[in-house]
Design a protein around this ligand. Structure first.
Ligand code: MLT
Length: 378
């Protein structure tokens, strides 16, 4: 029996996919797998039994990826599974920023007891007049699953759309609307955009990338949308830009004490992926990934080990997690009786999967320098 520990509410549609060989446990100490949304895991100690963590979402800044890799724990995420939900909220954020929706709703509530509210509204509404997004320019930083969808949707809404992504994959490029103008210089995107939406991960080089210097390159009165992560934006610099009017509105999905003090900020409590559909999609994807890894050793969509997929186990299979500089030939030789194998290296980690004619000696493989975990799956 495999034990799965859920650190957050994970849709039952996902956990139901695991099947009869799995049971949900409250005990972290016996977990084979963890399913998580946004619980912070950096200070957690992981048990020996833990093989995999499935993040039911895209961002993985709540998980200690390197430490997990060293401890032989594969971390999976669910890229794209909540991208439509986030895209829809970004569109909502743009409209909230340029129409008097929030003020207008507040006015109606405040005047709820007015018997002549219809008439009063006609007089009051001029204070809530806004502007349209049609014909305006949107810059999208990061054209992955979410950024690409935001870009395409805004083309459909009649905006001029610029995109920037130095890591643009062929697949992501192919799914972009032909009208999206991909630039290789962020300065160009800053220069032309009336709205800017950021969709990059909170990794080292991106933290604080929106700061006084980069804001200075943007148009006066720009609307900046952040549905990615709070740490991408320097709070002091954004507060100053809002105060001076350089940034007209900051729409953020991350409530922090600093943004709550900002004027002209529209703050949401991390609702981007909070739809029934996205929660289901993410839970299903994360659960399927950890199930396939636990049962077959296959890795797809991991963020700390390379992808290797040999399909379902038919006979004997050995899975070896190792440091990137491990001697892969020595590992294959130690596995012995190998009928077919696949291996890959990514970043600091290597993964070797082999189908064998007989059960392998795990101890001999584990003794090779750089090997982190050996599993004889069958
Ligand atoms: C993500 O990283 O997928 C989104 O921020 C949504 C979430 O954390 O649930």
């Amino acid at each position: 029996m495999y034990h799965i520990h859920c650190l957050n509410n994970i849709s039952k549609k996902g956990t139901d996919l695991l099947g009869d060989d799995y049971t949900l446990t409250e005990e972290l100490g016996e977990a084979t797998g963890i399913l998580v949304r946004s619980a912070k895991m950096h200070d957690m100690e992981f048990p020996e039994s833990l093989l995999a963590i499935g993040r039911a979402g895209a961002g993985v800044n709540n998980i200690p990826l390197d430490r997990c890799a060293e401890e032989g724990i594969v971390v999976f995420n669910a890229p794209g599974a909540n991208s439509n939900a986030v895209k829809e909220l970004v569109l909502c954020g743009m409209l909230l920023a340029c129409r008097g929706i929030i003020g207008g709703i507040g006015w109606c509530r405040e005047n709820a007891d007015d018997e002549n509210i219809g008439k009063s509204a006609e007089k009051a509404k001029k204070q809530f007049a806004g502007s349209e997004i049609l014909g305006k320019t949107l810059g999208v930083i990061g054209l992955g699953a979410i950024g690409g969808k935001v870009a395409n949707a805004c083309v459909a809404l009649g905006m001029d759309v610029y995109g920037y992504d130095p890591f643009l994959s062929e697949k992501a490029a192919a799914s972009l609307d032909g009208a999206v103008q991909v630039v290789d210089d962020l300065a160009r995107l800053y220069e032309v955009s009336d709205f800017i939406s950021i969709h990059v991960p909170a990794v080292e080089g991106n933290i604080g990338m929106i700061n006084a210097d980069t804001i200075g390159q943007m148009k006066d009165g720009v609307v900046f949308l952040n549905f990615a992560r709070d740490t991408l934006v320097d709070s002091d610099d954004m507060a100053a830009a809002l105060e001076s009017g350089k940034v007209r509105c900051y729409v953020t999905d991350f409530a922090t004490p600093a943004v709550m003090k900002m004027q002209n900020a529209i703050v949401l409590p991390h609702l981007g992926a909070s739809t029934a559909e996205a929660e289901e999609n993410c839970a299903k994807m994360a659960a399927s990934e950890i199930k396939d890894y636990i049962e077959n050793g296959n890795i797809t969509c991991s963020v700390n080990y390379p992808a290797v997929d040999m399909g379902p186990v038919e006979g004997h299979r050995v899975a070896v997690l190792a440091a990137a500089d491990v001697d892969i030939d020595a590992v294959i030789a130690a596995i012995g009786d190998v009928q077919s194998s696949e291996s890959a290296v990514r970043g600091g980690s290597a993964y070797i999967l082999a189908d064998t004619g007989s059960a392998a000696d795990a101890d001999a493989i584990a003794a090779i320098e750089g090997v982190r975990r050996v599993r004889v799956i069958a």
